[in-house]
Design a protein around this ligand. Sequence first.
Ligand SMILES: Cc1cc2nc3c(=O)[nH]c(=O)nc-3n(C[C@H](O)[C@H](O)[C@H](O)COP(=O)(O)OP(=O)(O)OC[C@H]3O[C@@H](n4cnc5c(N)ncnc54)[C@H](O)[C@@H]3O)c2cc1C
Length: 393
Amino acid sequence: MNRSYDVIVAGGGIHGVGVAQAAAAAGHSVLVLEQHSLAAGSSSRSSKLIHGGLRYLESGQLRLVRESLHERALMLKLAPELVQLQKFYIPIYEHSRRKAWQLRVGLGLYALLAGLDATAHFGTVPRAQWPTLDGLELEGLRHVYWYHDAQTDDALLTAAVMRSAQALGAGLALPARCTGATLTHDGVQVRYLHDGVERECSARVLVNAAGPWADALARSITPAVHVPPLELVQGTHLLLDGPPQRGVYYVESPRDGRAIFVMPFHGQLMIGTTEVRFHGDPATVAPAPHELHYLLGVLRHYFPRFRDPAASQLRGEFAGLRVLPAGGGHAFHRSRETLLVPDRASRPRLLSIYGGKLTTWRAVAARALARLAASLPARSPRARTDTLALHPA
Ligand SMILES: Cc1cc2nc3c(=O)[nH]c(=O)nc-3n(C[C@H](O)[C@H](O)[C@H](O)COP(=O)(O)OP(=O)(O)OC[C@H]3O[C@@H](n4cnc5c(N)ncnc54)[C@H](O)[C@@H]3O)c2cc1C
C-alpha cells in the first residue's frame, strides 16, 4: 500500500523528532523513518549540554548564543526532569590564554543575552574555597569563575520529543532506512527498507534529518538536488570513575587552547571533546588512540589525582560526528548554525537539515516548518511546541 503523508522525516535524531513534533503539533500527518534506533547518531554522542555556548562568543555567533539561551530557558521549564541547571567553573591560571578580564566581559555578555534572569548570575569562587573544587590543580591558579548552564541526557531527550510527537499523532517506522526519493511536480515519492522489505510512500515534503548521513541521503534523490560543501568532524568523550561533585569544569587544553568540559554524567566523570576531520562511513566513527591521549592529558593537567594510572582507568568512550560547513581553518572556529537547504525556493518538496546543536532543536524545527508552510495543506493546529511539556519514559 502506498500511504500518503503531509511530512515524511528521514532520521530519528533530535532534529528529525523535533520536526515530527512541530509538524504533528501543526496538525499534519507525519511519519519518521529511522534506520537503527532513536538517537543512534550524533544525538546520543554529544557533550549533553543545553547551553548558550560561551565559547561561540569568541567567534561572534551572537544570534546563535541568544537563541540557544532562550531555548535553554524553555527546556528548563518544559522538561525539568530531563534538563537541569548546572554550575560551571572556569579556572584561570597564570599562563591561561583567556585572561580574567576577557572572561568577565564574556560572562557579562552571556548574562545579557540570557536576559539577566536568575540563571544569568556569575561570579568568582573565593580563594578559601578553592581546595573544595574536586582536586583542581591549585598551582598557578589566579581566579575561578562560576556561572550556570544546563545538562541533559541527549538520547532520553530525543526519545521524549518523539513520544510527544507520537502523542500528537506522528508515526515512527523503525528500523526503516530511507533508500531514496523521487521529487514529483508537487510532492515526493519516498522509498525505504523496513523489516527487509522495500516499501514506498508519498508525501508533500521529505525532511532529510539524517545527520552525518544527510549528504549521502541528499545525493540519493532524483532529480539531483544542490548539496552544500560540508565536512564531518569527529568528537570523542571519555568516561572515568570519580565524577566532579561541584559541577562542570570548563578548562583550556594546555596544548592548543581549545575549550574542554570535565563533567559529571550518570555517576561518572565525562571529559570531551576533540575535533578531528572525519572521512568515510559515519557508521564507523570510533575514538582514536591519539584522542584518548589528548583528553587524558588535559584531565591529568588540571586534576592531579588522575596522574595515578590506577585512578584513570577508562570506563567508556564514544565518538560522534558534527556536520559543519566546509572551510579552511580549525573546526573550533566554524559556524555552529543549522543549515536548512530546500530543493527549490518556492514550495519546496525536500528540506535538508545540516549541522546545528542539540540545544536549538525546537527552534530549528519551528524554522523548518515555517520554511515548508507553502508546500503543506492548511490543517488545524493541535498544540504549540513552546508549551508542550516533555517527560522521560
Ligand atoms: C562530539 C559532539 C558534541 C556535541 N555536543 C553538543 C552539546 O553539548 N550541546 C549541543 O547543543 N549540541 C552538541 N552537539 C551537536 C548535536 O549533538 C547535534 O547537532 C545533533 O545531535 C544533531 O542531530 P541530528 O538529528 O541532526 O543528527 P543525528 O542525531 O545524527 O540523527 C540522524 C539520524 O538519522 C538516521 N539516519 C541516517 N540515514 C538514514 C536513512 N537513510 N534513513 C533513515 N534514518 C537515517 C541515523 O541513524 C540517526 O539516528 C555535539 C555534537 C558532537 C558530534
